[in-house]
Ligand binder design. Structure first.
Ligand code: C2O
Ligand code: CU
Length: 481
């Protein structure tokens, strides 16, 4: 096991046992992959599909004994998969059964800001928050997680997160039997101290927790029994800081069919795919009958310096999930050659610049909940030019919209995106269109999705208003905790 000596600000030297490097042969793959249950829902008299989600604490066996203290939604670790159809009105009854205030944010969802579940929509312990909106976007793999200011990293790390799938009956036919040939793959690295989840594990870096083990859907050492010729994996990097480069140990290729916000125009064949925290991808894999390839992460291409690379897991190879294909596979849907027409985002009339100036500041400012940083007029198409001038490892996430990354030929960036890796020194131009009204004092967020960076201030706020309307600084957050 490699030992790396890290130097933190102040000159203190720590010996750091690095993440398990080249774990081939070390992960035993002896537990069946848990599939998060589908969230139950009811239809209210007005036709609204209603879900009850409760944040809870409990204990979970994450491979270090049954007593690991964790948090979850409607359970002790992670939450159920929420599913709704495009066009459907939904209401989420979010009850906070924890001892401290939190929020639940619908990452990737196009919805009014007051329903977004960001830092301004705190849910006090013992209370219920019931946002509602109409799902109005293409089929996609979205997710939900807490988003309170200053403690998002901790709340997500403890286990509050789940998938939110948007279905579109008008979409192409794809493998869609949940848990059989359409499988959620929620990837999170963890560090343990005995049977305790160690969230102080990264005291030597400002990047946040970097674990040396990977859980999928909360299962350590997981395997999935594959029974069909093709299996669709919905990959979600729900880790705090780690960037993965997914591929198979056998070199098996796969088809990328979707990114954060939905399907690509057409499938793209690849053998490896990089996802930074918050990003999703849908891939379809044809596992040869009788074989057991391992989904593995190899060192991602971060474009960062030595320490930046180490602190985002850039030097590590980690085995993640074994796919065990039966000797005879049932035939199922073949991926069509045309998937979804790209969204027409229109012609941009506004350009904004965002410099990630440090691991705590955008355009030289740290997050202030009482300050509106950007005012967007509803209906406009804009280009956001995002630049990583800090030299550290960051990505960039914008609430409410799915953007198109301009000037790129990277096939993994050709679909709708809401989060994108931003290499040091690089500028990315993101094309987006704002159609949701926020109200002048209820902002949406943009931020780095390395959760410690977000908590430390690498976040800003924007409102979407009618032409000529002025922003109103939001009221100070209620001191709920
Ligand atoms: Cu997934 Cu603003 O977050
Ligand atoms: Cu960052």
């Amino acid at each position: 096991v490699a030992i790396v000596i890290g130097v933190v600000a102040g000159g203190v030297v720590y010996a750091w046992q690095s993440a398990r490097v080249d774990t081939a042969g070390q992960v035993r793959f002896d537990r069946r992959l848990a599939i998060p249950p589908l969230a139950a829902s009811t239809i209210a008299p007005d036709g609204t599909r209603e879900f009850d989600l409760e944040l809870r604490s409990g204990t979970t066996d994450l491979g270090h004994g049954p007593g690991t203290e964790t948090w979850g939604v409607n359970g002790s670790y992670l939450g159920p998969t929420v599913r709704a159809e495009r066009g459907e009105p939904v209401r989420m009854n979010v009850r906070n059964g924890l001892d401290e205030a939190s929020t639940l944010h619908w990452h990737g969802m196009h919805l009014p800001a007051a329903m977004d579940g960001g830092p301004h929509q705190m849910v006090d312990p013992g209370t219920t928050w019931s946002p509602q909106w109409t799902v109005d976007q293409p089929a996609a793999t979205l997710w939900y997680h807490p988003h309170l200011h200053g403690a998002t990293a901790e709340h997500v790390y403890r286990g509050v997160a789940g998938m939110f799938l948007v279905d579109d009956p008008a979409g192409p036919v794809l493998p869609d039997r949940y848990g059989i040939d359409d499988v959620p793959v929620i990837v999170q690295d963890k560090k343990f101290d005995g049977d305790r989840l160690d969230d102080g594990a990264a005291m030597f870096s400002d990047t946040g927790v970097l674990g040396d083990e990977v859980l999928v859907n909360g299962t350590p050492g997981p395997y999935l029994d594959v029974t069909t010729e093709r299996v669709r994996l919905r990959l979600l990097n729900a880790s705090n800081a780690r960037v993965y480069r997914f591929g198979f140990d056998t070199g098996l290729g796969f088809e990328l069919i979707g990114t954060d916000g939905g399907l690509l125009p057409k499938p793209v064949e690849m053998t490896s795919l990089q996802l930074s925290p918050g990003e999703r991808a849908e891939i379809v894999v044809a596992v040869p009958a009788g074989t057991s390839p391992v989904l593995r992460s190899t060192p991602p291409d971060l474009g960062a310096d030595f320490w930046g690379t180490r602190f985002a897991g850039g030097a590590d190879t980690m085995d993640i999930l074994q796919l065990r294909a039966a000797d005879r596979l049932e035939s199922n849907a073949v991926v069509p050659s045309a998937l979804a027409a790209p969204a027409d985002l229109g012609v941009p009339s506004v350009t904004r610049e965002f410099d990630l100036t440090s691991s705590t500041q955008i355009n030289g400012k740290s997050m202030d909940m009482g300050r509106i940083d950007e005012v967007v007029t509803i209906g406009t198409t804009e280009v956001w030019e995002v630049r990583n001038v800090s030299g550290g490892v960051h990505n960039f996430h914008v609430h409410d919209v799915q953007f198109q990354v301009l000037d790129t030929d990277d096939p993994a960036l050709t679909g709708p995106k809401d989060t994108v890796y931003l290499p040091p020194g690089r500028t990315l131009r993101l094309l987006m269109r704002f159609t949701d009204f926020s109200d002048p004092s209820t902002p949406y967020m943009f931020h780095c999705h390395l959760l410690r960076h977000e908590d430390n201030g690498l976040m800003g706020q924007f409102v979407v208003v009618e032409p000529g309307q002025r922003p109103v600084p939001p009221p100070p957050p209620s001191d709920a905790a």
